[in-house]
Design a protein around this ligand. Structure first.
Ligand code: SAH
Ligand code: SF4
Ligand code: F3S
Length: 443
């Protein structure tokens, strides 16, 4: 009988993409996907290392899973536990030392070896080399119809913000060849994908080369957007995450000219204080950030922005924090994520002595979230009574209900007795409950 597998995914969309790819790879190799760990012969935990809370989840899940494996073994059944993702890369052998039931530890650039590893059983247990090129070349492309698809176009990060583990867990920046990305997106579009989100931790510094008229030509992100938008059937293109110091005029111009590129930009700033930005090694100032926002809004007035913020970075004073609130007031974000600073092993910031106490960080987080939620509510409220283009991604929870997304990723619920999946419809927005719209189709 075929072996079964289950994957639990933690962390960011790059991990979601990797899990999709592991699933496709295993299915392609004759493994069966099951709906929980209990039913699986191969249990994969695709982990995230970004904050302590995220990586702690691995060990609590491993605790439960190892008891389950033991019980299974007592009944004469086998189970393999594989830890993949960013904790695997960061902690390697340590994971097996902490929990002996783990069979393999496989970093984010190595998961293409899983089918072989599971079948053949290998004496080496830890695989953490940076094999981007080899990995992408080994991945199959699924023929499952999905209205929206994630496509990783770049791995790693060369920015080395002082708080962040990504340059260590994902390695150096690597941009996938244009031809490979094109082929992958083309395949998805043939199977009914309307929307793609191009992924990378630093996607605005994407750079690859193609041959045109027998000359090598540099293709930046703006060029890639142009090339991909030629694929028929594709209706929307998004990309994330961008870094403020890589936003070029060409990219802004692509937003202006290319109807497929959505008017929504995730552009994390982390802090509104120049002092803290410098300590974070963010390579840009608050003024530069505001200039970029202004420039984009001038060229593309309907553009909306989201960001990430860290509160309680070592040394952050009340004044520094107030500057962040001030920046948020100045920009007006459509939505944002905010986090309490979490010291990560191996990062420069974790060696600092001037940590901010927990209660101050908690207070700052509460304050920033109140402001960001207020802005999100204000942004959403401005659409009530208006008509928006909504891409319908599938059925909702209720009978005859469909769900879709606006250009700004706001969820919309619509009632219809006819199937709407995959269509872009003009929807009149009638109401808003928490963060989701309800609307009706305009005839
Ligand atoms: N490449 C993106 C996102 C990186 S990870 C960028 O440059 O912005 C996603 C978010 O997690 C970051 O934007 C940051 O806000 C947060 N983050 C990263 N490391 C963190 C840490 N040590 N503590 C708290 N939040 C962190
Ligand atoms: Fe981390 Fe900074 Fe790279 Fe983003 S740009 S992944 S925050 S090091
Ligand atoms: Fe987490 Fe790795 Fe993504 S650390 S945020 S899964 S790149």
């Amino acid at each position: 009988m075929n072996q079964s597998f289950f994957i639990k995914t933690y962390g960011c969309q790059m991990n979601d993409y990797d899990s999709d790819k592991m699933e496709e790879l295993l299915t392609f190799n004759g493994f069966n996907k099951v709906t929980n760990f209990e039913k699986s012969d191969v249990a994969i935990l695709n982990t995230c290392h970004i904050r302590k809370k995220a990586s702690d989840k691995l060990y609590s899940d491993l605790g439960r899973l190892s008891i389950f494996k033991e019980n299974k073994n007592k009944l004469g059944k086998q189970m393999q536990i594989i830890v993949t993702g960013c904790v695997a890369q960061a902690e390697g052998e340590e994971i097996i030392k902490r929990n002996k039931s783990v069979d393999y530890v496989i970093g984010p650039q190595n998961f293409h070896i899983i089918p072989d590893l599971v079948r053949k059983k290998n004496s080496s247990k830890v695989y953490t080399d940076f094999l981007c090129e080899e990995k992408f070349e080994s991945l199959p492309v699924s023929n499952v119809k999905n209205i929206s698809r994630l496509v990783t176009i770049q791995e790693g990060c060369d920015k080395f913000c002082t708080f962040c583990v990504v340059p260590y867990t994902r390695g150096a920046e690597y941009s996938r060849p244009v031809e490979d990305i094109f082929a992958e997106v083309l395949q998805y579009s043939k199977f009914g994908t309307s929307e793609i989100t191009l992924l990378g931790q630093n996607v605005s510094s994407y750079s690859s080369r193609i041959y045109e008229d027998s000359k090598k030509k540099e293709v930046p992100l703006s060029g890639l957007l142009k090339i991909l938008s030629r694929i028929s059937g594709l209706k929307r293109i998004r990309y994330l995450t961008s870094h403020p110091s890589d936003i070029t005029d060409e990219l802004i111009s692509e937003h202006k000219k290319n109807k497929l590129v959505m008017p929504f930009l995730h552009l994390p700033i982390q802090s509104g204080s120049n002092e803290i930005l410098k300590l974070m090694n963010r390579k840009h100032t608050k003024e530069e950030y505001l200039r970029i926002i202004k420039k984009i809004k001038k060229e593309v007035p309907k553009m909306a922005f989201s960001s990430d913020f860290i509160v309680g970075y070592p040394g952050e004073s009340d004044t520094n924090f107030e500057e962040t609130l001030d920046l948020i007031e100045k920009v007006g974000f459509a939505s944002s994520y905010s986090f309490k600073y979490s010291p990560r092993p191996g990062t420069p910031a974790s060696t600092k002595k001037n940590f901010i106490d927990e209660s101050t960080s908690n207070m700052r987080l509460k304050k920033i979230q109140e402001l960001l939620n207020k802005q999100q509510r204000y942004f959403n409220d401005s659409f009530i009574g208006k008509t928006m283009d909504v891409l319908i991604s599938g059925k909702g929870k209720k009978e005859n209900q469909y769900v879709g997304r606006t250009p700004y990723l706001q969820p919309v619920h619509i009632m219809s007795s006819k199937s709407l999946t995959g269509k872009i419809l003009k929807i009149k927005i009638e109401s808003l409950t928490s963060f989701s719209f309800h609307g009706k189709i305009l005839n």
